[in-house]
Design a binder for this molecule. Sequence first.
Ligand code: GMT
Length: 379
Amino acid sequence: MTLKIGITCYPTVGGSGVVATELGKLLAEKGHEIHFITTSLPFRLNKTYENVYFHEVEVNQYDVFQYPPYSLTLASKMTEVVKKEDLDILHVHYAVPHAACAVLAKDMAKDRNVKVVTTLHGTDITVLGHDPSLREIIRYAIHRSDKVTAVSYALAQETKQMLHTENRIETIYNFIDERIYHPHGEKDALKEEYGIRREDKLAIHISNFRPVKRVTDVIYAFATLLEHVPNTHLIMVGDGPDREKAKSEVKHLGIEERVLFVGNQKDIASLIRMSDVMFLLSEKESFGLVALEAMACGVPVIGTNAGGIPEVVVDGKTGFICPIGQPEVAGKKASELLLNQKTYELFSEQAMLRVEDKFASSTIVEQYEKVYEEVLAER
Ligand code: GMT
């Protein structure tokens, strides 16, 4: 059965937008008709795809409003697309405000009986869910969705505990595009472009440098790693509020020669491939898509025991799981890997196998299709 599916996500850089867009692309390849309803073209939708359509949500600033009414504009656009394109499903990524808008659109296009599938990605629950001013709307949006999925068991559990909801929340893991994230490709030439000798080791961190990512812990972990493995470098990819803090810590530690801040980058896969180990030392992380991207490229991950990270990274097998806020432990674990070639190769192999086994895009897409079929069977 081919379906008409509306997808709403935050279209700018970020794991949830990546997952939503890649899902839409793969569903379209399987013959479903996909309608992205977003404020701009999702950044991974960089060319035209068969069966994929884009409906722009315009957010205008009017003098009469103090704030642009994004949620209402979105709900209105969703309703319009549901009616015009006769959508079967509205699949929204993020509870706030997307699920609430979808519920509103469902009510406004009542005769169409569109079904709402909400996927929770983390920050909507782990940060916004704690905000009393949003808790009721999150609870309502979840309660009124026809199906709610979360990207990890940890997130599903946390959502249930926080909102005291009886709703069944199904875990569907994230996935990566295996055509982009794989271990094959040029590494040494790129390393040299960054001034790193091919025989030197390289650690990588990729994030939006928000406080939850604890980027200064990454710097401290690297400093410990450097004590044990002197020919190591660190590449910091991304940008955000804590970038300057991290930079000044690097200066304070006198390791400027070894740490590169490269800002937001397009070709993440090549940067991961040229690296030997990834640090993801967040205090909150519902899944950690970058960890999956690293593992798919055969790069072991040193992560924290936050949220869903331990569901992605298997401690002692595809990387190491360390306590939050203990960067010296993370640095020591990374050095153990980099100093033991045999163990390193084993971890690298196991990381790739785990991605194939548990996070294959074909399996995950089928899980979403099953969810769509289930909710439509209730029509
Ligand atoms: O990590 C972020 O700050 C970005 C955020 C997003 O909206 O993309 O990431 C969340 O969703 C990703 C995709 O499901 C997950 O891999 C991230 O773990 C999650 N971030 C947090 O939970 C902090």
